[in-house]
Design a binder for this molecule. Structure first.
Ligand SMILES: Nc1ncnc2c1ncn2[C@@H]1O[C@H](COP(=O)(O)OP(=O)(O)OP(=O)(O)O)[C@@H](O)[C@H]1O
Length: 459
């Protein structure tokens, strides 16, 4: 049963509609006072928005014992394996969402957390990189979740701040990092909660299930950072970061940027080598099938990360400055058009570049497409991202990898994006740490995106 049906006996005369259907997922809290039961829930207020509502029922004294056990059962059904009364550190980027993040927090998010009896502690980020410092100093014993009212930039900083702690691996696995979508890029919320609605994301945090998340270490020069979402070089990074001058176009700048580059057959030469774990599309499909709910899980333990001196797991493939591991195989990069490594499926709404990703299978999904393919094939591949056929396009190479090294060649001043943020246009190396991080998701196992195998329906 997915819903709660209740009747207003006493008030029936005043309410023509006497039955309320409330999905268990929307029940935020329920309690008994001296004389009544009070149920707080998230009521749909528009197609993409919920608002806190409540309903009360009088309870006669002799029935209080029954009511108490009924309420406990209701909360069991409403929360399932999700933790109740989460302790949440909320970070607000005051510039997120063109300056609306604070307003959206007060209007859409805080009332839902309050109704669900979550403990919250709110802090505004004051400058770039502030979230790294906050997360580094966070007393992780006091919080279950760090939730950023922002785009994807703040969660990236939070993972990296936790990664700077002396006990980084422990902190990263204990504190769930989530996003309350208030930025321009809200990929994290789309993947984990299936929405960019602030109120629906808040409800998903309340009901979210702890989910181990792979993180990748990126070494460049002497720096090591963590990536939770993606690494891009080639057309995607170029369009994402290199079209700022035509921001006035709104989201059309991406379509325009892609088309111009595809028609010019732009190539982004590089040297590339990777530790390829699964290289054929049928095998990737089978791997995905085994990883989705109701099938035996691929991940049994998410802690195969022996920590090094920094508190983060030691790097089994070493750093970019060291020798390239012998088991890395060369992937031709002289005609690279798109190098895109992803840890989540959707990079934007409708942009399901990585339909075979799983949160903690220990692999990055690597997409490579040559830049010199015919214009028609290139445009078909581009359109296939939105219509869900991208994975099967013949020009799209798709691999599961556990590490890689890439060296951009040619033009200085090109673009490399890690989780959407620009890094220097220099060689770097990446290595996946299986389930090093933790987040919350609606299903506890896979992303809110169409996969390469149809999912069984979940209750
Ligand atoms: N008070 C602040 N002043 C300046 N920069 C900030 C402040 N708070 C956060 N930032 C920076 O803003 C950047 C963007 O963060 P955010 O997570 O909102 O991602 P975004 O999707 O790029 O959002 P948007 O484009 O809406 O700003 C991050 O680099 C972060 O360090």
């Amino acid at each position: 049963m997915k819903t709660l049906r209740t009747s207003r006996h006493a008030a029936a005369a005043y309410y023509p509609q006497t039955t309320h259907v409330i999905p268990f997922f929307n029940v935020l809290w329920a309690e008994l006072s001296d004389y009544d039961i009070n149920i707080q829930y998230a009521r749909p207020a528009a197609r993409n928005h919920v608002r806190v509502a409540s309903i009360n029922y009088l309870v006669d004294k002799p029935h209080k014992g029954h009511a108490t056990s009924w309420l406990e059962r209701l909360l069991d059904r409403a929360y399932g394996e999700s933790q109740r009364r989460k302790r949440i550190k909320v970070l607000i980027n005051p510039f997120g969402g063109k300056g609306s993040a604070q307003k959206w927090f007060l209007r859409d998010i805080e009332p839902i957390f309050a109704a669900a009896k979550c403990e919250i502690d709110v802090e505004r980020t004051m400058y770039q990189g502030h979230a790294v410092e906050i997360a580094e100093k966070l007393d992780t014993s006091k919080y279950d979740v760090v939730a950023s009212c922002s785009g994807d930039g703040l969660p990236h900083e939070v993972f990296n701040g936790l990664g700077k702690k002396a006990d980084a691996a422990k902190a990263l696995s204990e504190v769930a990092v989530v996003q309350l979508p208030c930025g321009t890029g809200n990929a994290m919320s789309w993947n984990l909660f299936g929405t960019d609605s602030t109120s629906l994301a808040a409800l998903s945090v309340v009901k979210g299930i702890r989910t181990p998340l792979d993180l990748a270490s990126i070494t460049q020069g002497n720096k090591r950072t963590l990536s939770f979402l993606s690494q891009a070089f080639g057309i995607v990074a170029d369009v994402d970061l290199g079209t700022e001058h035509i921001r006035w176009m709104g989201s059309a700048r991406f379509t325009y940027g892609f088309l111009v580059r595809l028609l010019r057959k732009t190539v982004y030469p590089c040297e590339l080598a990777a530790k390829v774990e699964i290289s054929s599309k049928p095998e990737i499909r089978e791997h995905y099938r085994r990883g989705i709910p109701n099938h035996s899980p691929i991940v049994t333990s998410h802690h195969d990360n022996a920590t090094g001196s920094s508190g983060l797991p030691s790097l089994k493939y070493g750093e970019v400055n060291g020798r390239q591991p012998d088991d890395f195989t060369t992937i031709p990069g002289n005609k690279m058009g798109n190098f895109y490594a992803g840890n989540m499926a959707l990079m934007a709404p409708g942009a399901n570049f990585f339909p075979a990703t799983l949160p903690s299978d220990g692999y990055l999904d690597l997409v490579t497409v040559n830049g010199d393919i015919g214009r028609l094939a290139a445009i078909k591949s581009f359109l296939a991202v939105e219509n869900g056929n991208f994975f099967d396009m013949p020009h799209v190479d798709y691999r599961k990898i556990s590490g890689y090294r890439i060296k951009p060649l040619g033009t200085h001043g090109g673009y490399i994006a890690i989780d959407g943020e620009r890094i220097p246009f220099e060689e770097f190396q990446a290595e996946v740490h299986r389930g090093l991080g933790c987040t919350l998701s609606r299903r506890g196992k896979n992303y809110e995106a169409d996969g390469v195998v149809k999912l069984p329906t979940t209750s």
